[in-house]
Design a protein around this ligand. Structure first.
Ligand SMILES: Nc1ncnc2c1ncn2[C@@H]1O[C@H](COP(=O)(O)OP(=O)(O)O)[C@@H](O)[C@H]1O
Ligand SMILES: [Mg+2]
Length: 224
């Protein structure tokens, strides 16, 4: 089953002489159960593409279908619900809430999404796999870059999303942690049939990918 289907996606920023086309008629599909990588130079539009794929941002033109739903045709409320229930984001900004402990980051998700999230035991197992189970009472400013990146990963997976979008999820991790995170994501794809798109220029992730795409000059091409 096609879990992600982008058709003729265009996106520009700026006006007039400063107009800059970041995405130029992008077509892209990913099958359910795949872990695919999108790579490309800094500024090539990877994050823009990922946020369009995840229906966080609208393209100028083109359609986005996720699990057979045309998300651009949904009302804004329906789109929010769809995102909350089906999509997990692991974004670059490490956007943990500064005044909440690690444990409370998850409690906050429970307040927004009342059911379907990980059980206490499932979360504990996930935290152990990511080696952050000893950090539950820490605040974000007490975490290293790598620790906060792994908490961000755990939070993205907490709602048990069918589709996962991750933006440079391993940038702050040493090689041992990269292996753990990639194995975790790979297992979610292969054993639980989740669909995972990872934007990265971390070569250490390549071996886990079903497909690798390169985004350059607004165009995307398959390189593996
Ligand atoms: N909200 C925005 N307004 C204007 N320009 C933007 C905006 N977001 C991204 N850009 C520009 O679009 C280009 C692609 O950005 P981005 O998607 O972040 O690239 P990447 O993730 O590959 O580094 C960059 O030149 C960036 O400056
Ligand atoms: Mg980026």
């Amino acid at each position: 089953m096609e879990a992600i289907k982008l058709t003729n996606i265009n996106k520009s920023f700026g006006d007039g002489e400063n107009r800059f086309q970041v995405l130029d008629n992008i077509n892209f599909t990913a099958q359910q159960g795949e872990l695919d990588i999108i790579t490309g130079p800094s500024g090539s539009g990877k994050s823009t593409l990922l946020t369009i794929m995840g229906a966080l941002r609208n393209p100028d033109s083109g359609t986005v279908e996720l699990n057979q739903t045309k998300v651009d045709q949904l009302s804004s409320k329906a789109k929010d619900d769809f995102r909350l229930n089906q999509i997990g984001f692991i974004l670059q900004a490490h956007d943990l809430v500064p005044y909440l402990t690690v444990q409370q980051q998850f409690t906050l998700v429970d307040k927004v999404r009342h059911q379907g999230n990980m059980t206490k035991d499932e979360l504990t197992i996930l935290m152990q796999k990511l080696n952050i189970d000893n950090l539950t009472n820490h605040f974000p400013n007490e975490l290293s870059g790598g620790q906060s990146q792994r908490v961000t990963i755990a939070r993205g997976l907490y709602t048990k999303p069918q589709i996962i979008f991750a933006d440079e999820p391993t940038a702050a991790l040493d090689s041992k942690r990269v292996t753990e995170v990639c194995q975790l994501l790979s297992d979610l794809a292969k054993k639980e049939h989740r669909t995972i798109i990872v934007v990265t220029h971390d070569d250490r992730v390549n071996q886990y990918a079903d497909h690798i795409y390169n985004l350059v000059d607004g165009k995307i091409s398959l390189i593996k």
